[in-house]
Design a binder for this molecule. Structure first.
Ligand code: NAD
Length: 375
């Protein structure tokens, strides 16, 4: 398979974690005989320094010509004095908008080896594996009219959706659920909001095309509670923009560290893949950054932009193996009650060491797969 991947490593720990994710993608290409090419491009603070713009035209053009975009993180304190539209983060918002993805995917997974890292009790998080599908281009963040009228002391925003906007993101959720545990939980506030009534009616209509998938509706307020009570009950959770923003952050505590969280934005001209975390200036250059969020993001890229499900799953399995073997970057060792008890079973590793360990585990599992095929 041929794949051209735009690499926007960005600022702070962005290049450190992206480097490890690219190494894993190179390994997949080598093992599988694929032709992956990587196009490094400037975005964020590094782009401002080099060109004066957080999203240079050359970067945008090259992204639009690629098969997928892999982003690290942007943000640099030295540009804090600039107006928001000139800061590194503006480049991130512009590239997301220009690529046009409307479905944001965020997994929340409880890794058994990290069960003591979540503030939730292990018996609560056990077995949790949720995929959020959040609508990204509509709803309250974009609807008009919107205004803050300072003379009257009023402000308003509009939560607005068309049936077509709801149907297209619902379809993504059902398609993904049909390849997972076959359940979609659609979140709304249909007891109060007309826009949620449209949402619920449209999702129900789309569900008829996916008879193998069970659909349930949850009101957003009770969903916030159920997520923390019985997270293992959920498979794919479908939400509009604002509800998904809040609930996916809430559910991230199931995993226990920001450094472990991947994301994908699909449905636009080119799919965009980025770890959830930012540029973490407090640890940049120290070798403490956890590259697993970026590596798991690379797995999502293979799944959603290359249809290489087996390789995506192999990367995810390699991450589980490395964690089960006790390897930890500082963020996932810190404050871990089990680590204190089992100190001898834990190995503190750097960003690059963690990347190498995942590479080794992946190589072993692919070797096993290939020798099974050979038999
Ligand atoms: P952050 O995500 O960068 O960091 C929050 C905390 O989590 C820090 O203590 C950091 O050390 C830790 N952390 C984050 N990623 C980690 C990893 N992979 N391994 C270990 N620890 C990790 O958020 P912030 O501090 O609020 O923002 C820093 C900069 O990043 C700001 O300029 C902000 O605007 C930007 N930002 C960018 C993105 C993005 O690029 N997608 C997202 C959020 C924030």
């Amino acid at each position: 398979m041929k794949l051209k991947i735009a690499i926007l490593a960005g600022d702070g720990i962005g290049p450190e974690v992206t480097n490890e994710a690219v190494n894993i993608l190179k390994a997949v290409a080598e093992f599988g005989g694929h032709d992956f090419s990587f196009v490094p491009l400037l975005l964020g603070g590094v782009a401002i320094t080099a060109t004066g713009s957080p999203l240079p035209t050359a970067t945008l053009d090259a992204c639009l010509e690629s098969d997928a975009v892999l982003l690290g993180a942007v943000g640099d304190k030295k540009f804090d004095a600039l107006s928001p539209d000139k800061r590194p983060e503006a480049g991130l918002l512009q590239i997301r908008h220009a690529l046009g993805g409307f479905a944001n995917l965020r997994p929340s997974i409880a890794y058994p080896a990290l069960s003591a890292n979540s503030p939730l009790r292990p018996e609560v998080t056990e077995g949790a594996n949720i995929l959020f599908v959040r609508e990204l281009l509509g709803g309250l963040y974009f609807g008009s009219p919107r205004e803050w009228n300072k003379s009257t002391g009023e402000a308003w925003n509009t939560m607005r959706y068309t049936k077509a906007e709801v149907a297209r993101v619902a379809r993504v959720a059902f398609e993904l659920a049909s390849k997972r545990r076959k359940k979609v939980t659609s979140v709304d506030k249909a007891n109060v909001l007309e826009v949620s009534q449209l949402w619920r009616a449209t999702v129900t209509e789309v569900a008829r095309d996916f008879p193998s998938v069970t659909l349930e509706h949850q009101l957003v307020d009770s969903m916030a509670m159920h997520l923390m009570n019985i997270p293992r009950n959920f498979d794919v959770v479908l939400t509009e923009n604002l509800f998904g923003d809040i609930l996916s952050d809430e559910a991230s505590i199931i995993t226990g560290s920001l450094g472990m969280l991947p994301s994908a934005t699909i449905g636009g001209t080119v799919n965009l893949f980025e770890p959830v975390h930012g540029s973490a200036p407090d640890i940049a250059g120290t070798g403490k950054a956890n590259p697993l969020g970026a590596i798991l993001t690379a797995a999502m890229l293979l799944r959603h932009s290359a249809n290489l499900e087996q390789d995506a799953s192999a990367i995810e399995a390699a991450v589980r193996t490395v964690l089960a073997d006790g390897h930890r970057t500082a963020d996932i060792a810190r404050g871990n009650a089990a680590a204190a008890v089992n100190a001898s079973a834990q190995h503190l590793v750097s960003t690059t060491e963690m990347g190498k360990l995942v590479h080794q585990a992946l190589a072993q599992s692919i070797d096993q797969r290939q020798s099974m095929h050979a038999v």
